[in-house]
Structures are given as C-alpha cells and as structure tokens.
Design a protein around this ligand. Sequence first.
Ligand SMILES: Cc1cc2nc3c(=O)[nH]c(=O)nc-3n(C[C@H](O)[C@H](O)[C@H](O)COP(=O)(O)OP(=O)(O)OC[C@H]3O[C@@H](n4cnc5c(N)ncnc54)[C@H](O)[C@@H]3O)c2cc1C
Length: 277
Amino acid sequence: MPVKTVARRVELKDYTTLRIGGPAELWEVETLAELKEATSAPFRILGAGSNLLVSDRGVRERVVKLGAAFNSIRTFDRDPEQWIGAATPVPGLVRRAQRLGLSGLEGLLGVPAVLGGAIAMNAGTRFGAVSDSLLELELSIGGRIERIEADQVSFGYRWAELPKGGVVTRARLALTPSTPDRVEARLREVDAARAGQPKIKSAGCAFKNPAGDSAGRLIDVAGLKGLRVGDAMVSLEHGNFIVNLGNASAKDICGLLELIQNRLPSPLELEWCLWGF
Ligand SMILES: Cc1cc2nc3c(=O)[nH]c(=O)nc-3n(C[C@H](O)[C@H](O)[C@H](O)COP(=O)(O)OP(=O)(O)OC[C@H]3O[C@@H](n4cnc5c(N)ncnc54)[C@H](O)[C@@H]3O)c2cc1C
C-alpha cells in the first residue's frame, strides 16, 4: 500500500523551546511505514526540541517527528515493565507514574522532553537519569525494526550511543512499585533542587558540567549573568541557562556563547545539539 505523504514546510522556531530556528521540511509520522518512508533520505529526528539550537537558515535534511500514535500516555498503567512510545511527553509520564505509585522517573521532573529525546540525551538530574529506568529499546534503523537490551547501549552524562541512524520508537521501562505518597515525597525533593531555574524561553543548560564542578557556578563567578547579545541573555537566575528574551536569533545565541567561552578560564563543552551550522 503506498504511504501517504506527510511532509510540510515549517519554521523550526515553532518546534523548539528556545523559539529559534529557520525553515525545514517536517515529516510528522503516525506509522512505522511512514517513518520508514520519511527516513529514506537524509533526516534528523526531532523530539520536543528542548535541547536544540537550530540555525536561522534552518536545515536541509528532512526533519522527522513522531506523531500522536507514538504517545502512550493514555495507556500508561501499573505494569512496571511496560512499553512506552517515544513521543510520550516526559512531564506527563513523571506525573502519571507518581499517581500510579511507580518509582524511577522522579529524576526527570522538570525535563520538558519526549521519551525518545530523553533517551537520546540520557536526560536526568543528580537524582537519576532515564537510563536508570530502561529495560529495552525499540528502534527503527533504515526502516527495519530492532530491539536492543538497554544494558547493551552505552549511556553517559547527557549522552547515549544509539545505533547510527536509529530512531527510538518505543522503550520498555523498568520501574519500581512504590506508593503515590512516597513518589510524591521524592518529587518534592527534586523540585526543591530545581528552584531558581528560569521560566523564560531556553533550551535548558547550555553547557555540560565539567568534572567536579558546575558550569553555572563558573559562569556566575566570571560575572557573566545578564550578559547579552541582542535578545539572547545569560539568565540572571541561573548562569548555565541562556534565555531568549523575545526575538533572539541563532546568530545572537552563537555570539553570546562565544563571549562566554572567551571570558572563562577554560572552555566548556556545549550540552545542546546544534542543527544546521
Ligand atoms: C527548561 C528546560 C529544563 C531542562 N532541564 C533538563 C534537566 O534537568 N536535565 C536534562 O537532562 N535536560 C534538561 N533539559 C534539556 C532537554 O529537555 C533534554 O536534553 C531532553 O532530553 C531533550 O529531549 P527532546 O525530546 O526535547 O529532544 P530534542 O531536543 O528534540 O532532540 C535532542 C536530541 O535527541 C534526538 N532525538 C529526539 N528524539 C529521538 C528519537 N525518538 N530517537 C533518536 N533520537 C532522538 C534528536 O535528534 C537530538 O539529537 C531542559 C530543557 C529545558 C528547556
């Protein structure tokens, strides 16, 4: 059966939390057959766009987004080892796990990702990362569906070594039965640690923490909070957040990143994924 065309031209700024990014061809897919078709030419896979800095010129490759059919929030139940679709929003998963009394996702509180993006970045906090709660991954690789045990994948700090060209379509979680009250108490702890993070448009932490230190502290000590290029600014609340005050461009953000790096004793490693540079 022919696969229907699911592509349209968009501005990627409408798909990133920084609200920055130029034009691209977006393929929003609802079936594995559509995913196979969409990934048959050079592509990039888009999650919730919460860790992306996209060029003002956009990207040449197809941008593939898993649609609502890959969102399992409605069927998420008490089974601690269930399969969850990669387009399921992490905030909803964390909240629903709490209500069901399932523990393991608390460290992801406040991460505005979808599950696939969280796995690709091994998202988390010092309270735990997504890789702590994974049993198995299902990926589409060149349209072929493969399953991999999570312990066969290398996960590091904000990093996962997924098979090249692999799109995570679902993941089987490994949660621990607990009670809603206990999970809620843990969430409060995580929430308290997040206090002080800006609510303005951002892409989360810009830089990875160097071993034994915090990038935010280094930026703060260097007196860089409030530093600005156009509408891009180092957050006044948290030195490792760069915020878009309104109409920042990718060029503004890059200018600001360069200023920051030049004023630090040693350069920091960027945590964001760069598209189209
Ligand atoms: C306010 C704010 C707070 C944040 N706090 C945290 C935090 O506490 N901890 C933390 O770790 N991060 C945090 N982040 C950063 C961000 O949420 C994470 O990096 C997250 O994992 C990105 O997921 P995403 O779905 O938005 O992916 P995207 O940003 O869309 O994509 C990120 C990468 O994942 C790849 N990808 C996406 N989906 C798939 C898939 N299905 N299969 C394979 N690859 C895929 C993309 O190609 C890209 O390379 C924060 C961001 C914001 C805006």
